[in-house]
Ligand binder design. Structure first.
Ligand code: BG6
Length: 492
């Protein structure tokens, strides 16, 4: 047997892309609730409507810098995909039953911070929100499904973003610590697997972390990162104190990256890119301190992190139990990328790799890259690892008879699970589990689209909010069920 007994097979979602019920049960607004839809194939970004300091309105792209003092708003005449999303809030029992039928023994979901603390920094938590997740976790256990909970997944409370510049501010970190105390204590015994900050290496911008000036102001970007690291370490330490049985992982977008050629300049460009994009975040959360190159960079740039006494110690004490990451694609890195053609990816960009095909959204499809990444993580850190996101975003066609024949997705899953298996069986990587992304259709984080679907379960909802939200099984549902029920032995 290649996958160990008790291997965790499941799927992953995030509250802001799946839950809907954006103001139900006492929930407050998060930044994600102010993001419009976009169109990834035609490169039309998601947008924010903001009120500027002088009271006028302006529109910005999701990844743009937003002027200091501007406040994102919900405009009554604009469509916001997260407000209903695919409505887990009203379908959770039905959906969890489907996950069980699929053969899942783990379900990765995130808690929406603003369901617990509507403004992020309220004095007392919202009991209705706490109860909602308690019921969800109990329902999972009914079927022998272990919840794997992401504490923070792209859902900075809007109040903290608008009034405090999000994670640039110590105030946001302190509010986050209170939020951690509340959920870790409340769900003791119900949840034992936790992830701290989703894709901590992806951007410091308003969309992800409520930061206004994150490009022109490097100090802001680095301060935001520092607070995220301290917040993550706090969560790990607290989780261990609350219950020594808790296991806590980091969460990094960790695609494969290759030098474009054997020209040492390309090789070095890849080393620098991997430092900046991946290893910095892994090193801090696994080893507990900033690597030398980063310390030198901060000095060179004249950036002085504002720290409180005890922060450095906390970073060392709050190192993670396992290395969990998202893997979708790979990128080729060149020292001189001009003229080589850009390739899209999980919010990172390299140049086109002539050896690989790409998805409709331009994300390269590279199953062997997953084995490469699993090996590099295991070789570097020697702690258990887990693939907590992986999958193919594609346009699905519903046939007359209602069937959805997503063989392209089955191919993607088969080839990626095979390389995971090779990593375990041949390379000896300590892999704990696999939770493919959006195993039920959810709103795309990057583009706000519904048509970019990852699920094995289809949800009737389109890019404009039309659809009855009914659930149906795609062909891939049967495939993944067979894989899960055979503990990864039957991949044909
Ligand atoms: C990761 C995120 O970036 O990739 C998810 O953790 C996201 O939230 C997923 O949905 C896929 O990206 P996208 O843009 O296709 O939704």
């Amino acid at each position: 047997m290649s996958f160990p007994k008790g291997f965790l097979w499941g799927g992953a979602t995030a509250a802001n892309q799946y839950e809907g019920g954006y103001l139900s049960g006492g929930k407050g607004l998060a930044v994600a609730d102010t993001l419009t839809g976009g169109d990834g194939i035609h490169n039309i970004p998601r947008k924010f409507i903001v009120e500027l300091a002088d009271g006028t309105r302006a529109t910005f792209g999701g990844r743009d810098e937003i002027p200091a003092g501007a406040k994102a708003i919900v405009d009554p005449d604009t469509y916001y995909p997260s407000h209903v999303a695919t409505d887990f809030y009203h379908h959770w029992k039905e959906d969890i039953a489907l996950f069980a039928e699929m053969g899942c023994n783990v379900y990765r979901l995130s808690i929406n911070w603003t369901r617990i603390f509507p403004n992020g920094d309220d004095e007392t938590p919202n009991e209705e929100g706490l109860k909602f997740y308690e019921d969800v976790f109990k329902e999972c256990h009914k079927y022998g499904i272990e919840p794997l909970v992401t504490i923070y997944h792209f859902d900075c409370p809007l109040h903290l973003a608008n009034e405090y510049d999000g994670w640039v501010s110590r105030h946001t970190l302190e509010a986050f610590e209170r939020y951690c105390d509340t959920i870790l204590t409340r769900y003791k015994g119900l949840v034992k697997y936790w992830l701290t900050i989703n894709e901590i290496n992806i951007n410091t911008n308003f969309m992800m972390n409520g930061v206004h000036e994150h490009i022109s102001n490097k100090q802001n970007a680095e301060q935001c990162r520092w607070h995220l690291f301290v917040g993550s370490a706090y969560a790990v330490k607290k989780a261990h104190e609350v219950d020594p049985e808790n296991k806590v992982g980091l969460m990094i977008a960790h695609g494969a990256s290759y030098p474009y050629s054997c020209n040492p300049e390309d090789v070095w460009a890849e080393v620098e890119s991997a430092h900046n994009m991946k290893w910095f975040y892994g090193d801090v959360q696994v080893r507990g301190y900033y690597p030398a190159w980063k310390v030198n960079y901060l000095k060179r740039e004249g950036i002085e992190l504002k720290k409180e006494p005890g922060d450095d110690e906390l970073l060392r004490e709050g190192t993670v139990d396992f290395y969990s990451f998202s893997y979708y694609s790979s990128q080729a890195i060149a020292a001189h990328p001009e003229k080589l053609g850009e390739s899209a990816g999980n919010q990172t960009h390299g140049v086109k790799n002539p050896y690989l095909q790409a998805s409709e959204w331009g994300w390269t499809i590279d199953p062997l890259g997953l084995r490469i990444v699993l090996n590099e993580i295991w070789d570097r850190y020697q702690i258990p690892t887990m693939v907590v996101e992986n999958g193919l975003g594609a346009i699905d066609k519903v046939e007359e008879d209602g069937s959805i024949n997503d063989d392209y997705r089955i191919d993607y899953m088969r080839t990626h699970i095979q390389t995971m298996k090779d990593a375990v069986e041949i390379d000896g990587v300590d892999l704990m589990g696999y939770t493919p992304w959006g195993f039920i259709d959810v709103v795309s984080a990057g583009t706000g689209e519904m048509r970019k679907r990852y699920g094995f379960i289809y949800v009737d909802m389109d890019d404009d909010g039309n659809g009855d939200l009914s659930r149906s099984k795609k062909k891939s549902f049967g495939y993944i069920q067979k894989v899960y029920k055979s503990n990864g032995e039957d991949l044909d």
